[in-house]
Design a binder for this molecule. Structure first.
Ligand code: ADP
Ligand code: MG
Ligand code: MG
Length: 885
């Protein structure tokens, strides 16, 4: 059939479907690919993802054709290896592995050594000549199968092993003899019989189907669903199943297993990077049961560790591994994350995939690989996730700041984080929801901890290596992580912990540095990020390949400076009301609003004018020569009203007006639905003197800066919340008159535009007419989303998550533009606006201007620019380039 594919041995390797990740999953597709280019991959077969969906749809029933296809595929493995599945004399053992199209680390479980039973274990002992190995494999199998397939608590088995070791006075598993394992296997079987109410399944075929069933079922497990939800992975992809002949890393000291990256996934440095264990099976490395060893001599020496690196202990297998690293990197033209096993000196590859990486590493890899001629600039641009840049733009620990170092673990995921210690995932989530920054501290993490890791600003574990669950997931999430800090001892009952000789408790603040593994008491000071180097190079390439301009949403001098540093090419939205809310202005603003007549308002406005002008001067000085869109006053009058007795009394004192009179006036201005009330251009229409003052302040400031610096900013004056042509016409007239008057008195002229924000559906519909007056449109997609969906952004939190969970919205429409609905209005307004005014300038200034998916939409719609908050500017530059490639 075309849903079961064989690989390895003489399996055909031309099938395109088999190399398609959506069909065979990432693991299966790459196993087939590796086998087809002649790499040492144990033979096996892959069951396609669609069989998983069929199985789940049919309530856990396998189709009869599938049974037949799997029997045939199993024969392929038997023939290739020359062993029989269930053959008591010379048994074939297999692993059963899950693998979806996108990697979901630790989400689904693998069963190793399947096919062992009371008879085949004897056969394995004979053919391998190693009784101890055979029984070690059998006990591993019973434990894994019982955990993954039968759903028994793996703790029961670990406990039994611990007791056996204690009774014998053993420290390590390696001290267990064949007979010790035999005794333990009997104990394991007893546990299964007791807990499962049935003996451990002895029939290999039954074992195989049980495992396949478990992989399929795991697609629908809670933890898999949570992971998919957090990572925007669709629920309807299903997982593939890989059944593969076992190779054994636990056949003595010439055998080993390991995980490696072809380059350093934290820093991007070009050096093999990984961990391995002698005489062990795959899971041992990842699970953090034994502390893995360094792969290379250089890494071992740098860490001052004693146990030999693979390079030193197994030079031949290592040399072969290094050769395959280079080959795979060239083949996939990307950094690879590789799982391997050495069986009695012979190297086998069990998995390869494009390695997960930190933002820093992603940048360095992209830039380095262009330098090496492995990829071109465009590919490099597409390799870096714009959102990941966020990690690089934020402050890191100040190297000069004093550090009270408690201990040092492994630098598992870079970045620094301070927060309160929490000892379990639920508490992490609870406290984070209260607005606290927390560091999740665990012995080790498991997939059940995902929600807590997500809620935490950083993760600290006592056990586990650089490829442990905590490390992999934290890197994926961009959370700083220190793992394997073995001095951390947690006492969960008392909610306390000791680090070395220091006592701490849940709620105490610590800082972790994921770049060097340090754990520090208290909060450590931070410094600003480095924007040159690889970051600068990639940004340069992005700028070369993008069409849209990138501006910033900023209203203070500091924000403007930061945004320019991040590469902003102007201001897309300067909200003038922020200047009105400042402590020293609010009283004047209130006076203006509560004035009974125009004269009263003008008196207050006259005092506000110099303040506004000086704000604009500061902004224009930073933005000289660049376009600056300034939005005239927008928020509901309602929001400026005094609250409470003291505020009224203060205002009365400041204005000399009667308190009661003020209260009455405030009562008149009270609104039931302020966001749909007296706001935006409606203010300008009713109180033209407000907009007149603002326009005057803008032009006076522009002229002042033009005269002083010789470089004028280009004000683009934006009228908010316009619904009709007439509104804009009346207000443009006020702005033009103010400009005229300023230009005359100052003897200086600057270029400017007057336009509007498109944020009401009517404005979008009437864009053709509005463009007769407006010289530019800026899509205010925050309000346009509110007004189109009839959803208030400030209140949507209560139901939006449910809406996203139920698939009503794919993503929060305030984060990522509702392209299907709101997007249509944007397209339509752009089209109608252009039809009237061919050269109308079009931009977006909602939060969406910093969201890569929305930016792709803006590119497709042909907007001239996007505008984002300062920290999002680099993200927008990269996303705009990606959208244009
Ligand atoms: P995960 O997706 O969690 O990494 P995998 O299916 O890759 O799960 O398997 C987990 C571990 O088991 C890996 O480290 C791998 O090396 C090992 N493993 C899987 N299949 C085999 C096999 N056929 N022979 C030996 N080791 C295997
Ligand atoms: Mg794996
Ligand atoms: Mg608005």
């Amino acid at each position: 059939t075309d849903t079961v594919f064989t690989f390895g041995g003489d399996a055909p390797h031309t099938n395109a479907r088999q190399k398609d990740k959506t069909v065979t999953g990432g693991k299966g597709a790459n196993l087939a690919e590796m086998a087809s280019i002649g790499l040492p991959v144990p033979p096996g077969f892959t069951i396609a993802t669609e069989e998983c969906l069929k199985y789940l749809e049919h309530g856990g029933e396998f189709a009869p054709e599938l049974r037949k296809a799997i029997e045939d595929a199993l024969t392929h493995i038997e023939r290739t290896v020359g062993k029989g599945f269930g053959d008591a004399a010379d048994p074939l053992l297999v692993s059963v592995r899950s693998g979806a199209a996108v990697s979901m680390p630790g989400m689904m479980d693998t069963v190793l050594n399947l096919g062992l039973n009371d008879e085949t274990v004897e056969g394995l002992a004979k053919t391998s000549g190693d009784e101890r190995f055979a029984w070690d494999s059998y006990r591993r199998f019973i434990q894994m199968y019982s955990d993954v397939v039968l759903g028994l608590d793996h703790g029961l088995f670990e406990e039994a092993l611990e007791i056996t070791k204690e009774d014998n006075g053993f420290y390590a598993d390696t001290e267990m003899s064949a007979d010790d394992w035999k005794v333990l296997v009997a104990e394991y079987k007893r546990i299964v019989a007791e807990e499962h109410d049935a003996p451990f399944p002895q029939d290999p075929t039954e074992q195989l189907w049980g495992a396949i069933r478990a992989v399929f079922d795991s697609w629908d497990s809670e933890r898999a669903k949570v992971y998919r939800r957090l990572n925007d992975i669709p629920h309807d992809m299903g997982t593939a199943v890989n059944v593969q002949a076992m190779v054994f890393g636990n056949m003595g000291d010439t055998s080993a297993t390991g995980v490696a990256f072809t380059r350093n996934p934290s820093t991007g440095e070009k050096a093999y990077y990984g961990e391995w264990l002698v005489n062990a099976q795959g899971e041992d490395v990842v699970a953090g049961i034994r502390t893995p060893q360094y792969l290379t001599k250089a890494a071992r020496e740098a860490a001052g560790a004693k146990p030999l690196s693979m390079e030193e202990a197994m030079p031949e297998a290592y040399a072969e591994l290094a050769r395959l690293f280079d080959l795979l990197e060239r083949h996939y033209t990307d950094m690879q994350d590789i799982e391997f096993t050495v069986q009695q000196g012979k190297l086998w590859l069990l998995q390869t995939r494009n390695g997960k990486r930190t933002a820093k590493a992603a940048l360095k890899l992209a830039v380095d690989m262009v330098g090496e001629g492995l990829i071109d600039e465009k590919t490099a641009i597409l390799r870096v996730d714009p959102m990941a840049l966020d990690q690089l733009l934020h402050p890191t620990l100040d190297p000069e700041a004093p550090r009270d170092v408690l201990t040092t673990g492994l630098p598992a995921s870079p970045g620094a984080a301070s927060g309160k210690i929490v000892l379990d995932a639920d508490t992490a989530e609870l406290w984070a929801n209260r607005g606290e920054k927390v560091i999740l501290v665990r012995v080790e993490t498991s997939p059940e901890d995902i929600h807590g890791m997500h809620a935490a600003t950083g993760i600290l574990t006592a056990r586990g290596g650089m490829t442990s669950h905590a490390a992999v997931v934290a890197r994926g999430m961009g959370r700083p992580c220190v793992s394997g800090a073995s001095q951390v001892a947690i006492a969960r009952e008392g909610r306390t912990l000791t680090i070395g000789d220091r006592e701490l408790k849940e709620g105490d603040t610590i800082t972790i540095d994921g770049a060097n593994g340090q754990v520090m008491a208290g909060e450590v000071a931070t410094i600003e990020p480095e924007l040159a180097g690889d970051f600068g190079t990639l940004m340069e390439w992005a700028d070369k390949h993008r069409r849209m301009r990138v501006r910033t949403n900023a209203e203070t001098e500091t924000e403007c400076r930061m945004a320019r540093q991040f590469g902003a090419e102007g201001i897309g939205l300067c909200r003038t009301e922020h200047m009105f809310f400042d402590a020293d202005r609010i009283s004047l603003v209130r006076q203006m609003i509560l004035a009974e007549n125009e004269a009263g308002r003008r008196a207050a406005l006259d005092q506000l004018l110099p303040e506004q002008r000086s704000d604009f001067v500061k902004i224009f000085e930073v933005m000289a020569g660049l376009p600056c869109t300034i939005r005239l006053l927008d928020p509901p009058l309602h929001e400026f009203l005094p609250h409470g007795d003291t505020e009224f009394e203060e205002l009365a004192r400041a204005t000399g007006l009667d308190v009661e009179k003020l209260r009455r006036r405030a009562g008149e201005l009270h609104e039931f639905n302020p966001m749909l009330g007296h706001r935006g251009c409606r203010l300008g229409i009713t109180y033209p003197e407000i907009y007149e003052m603002q326009a005057r302040a803008i032009f006076e400031a522009a002229c002042e800066v033009a005269k002083a610096s010789g470089e004028a900013p280009v004000p683009e004056i934006m009228i908010p919340l316009v619904a009709t042509r007439r509104e804009l016409e009346l207000l443009k007239d006020i702005v033009d008159k103010a400009a005229q008057s300023v230009f005359e008195t100052s003897g200086c002229t600057v270029d400017y535009l007057v336009g509007t924000m498109i944020e009401l559906p009517r404005a979008a519909l009437m864009a053709g007419e509005i463009a007769e007056v407006g010289e530019f449109f800026s899509f205010g997609t925050n309000d346009l989303t509110q007004t189109t969906l009839g959803v208030s952004r400030d209140d949507a939190g209560r139901f939006l998550t449910t809406y996203v969970d139920k698939g009503i919205f794919a993503r929060d429409p305030f984060v990522s533009l509702d392209v299907d609905g709101v997007g249509q209005l944007v397209e339509l307004a752009a089209e109608r606006g252009r039809a009237t005014r061919g050269d109308i300038k079009l931009g977006i200034c909602g939060e969406h201007g910093g969201d890569p998916a929305s930016i792709a939409f803006c590119e497709a719609t042909g907007l001239d620019y996007v505008s984002a908050s300062p920290y999002r500017v680099p993200i927008a530059r990269l996303a705009a380039a990606q959208a244009n490639l």
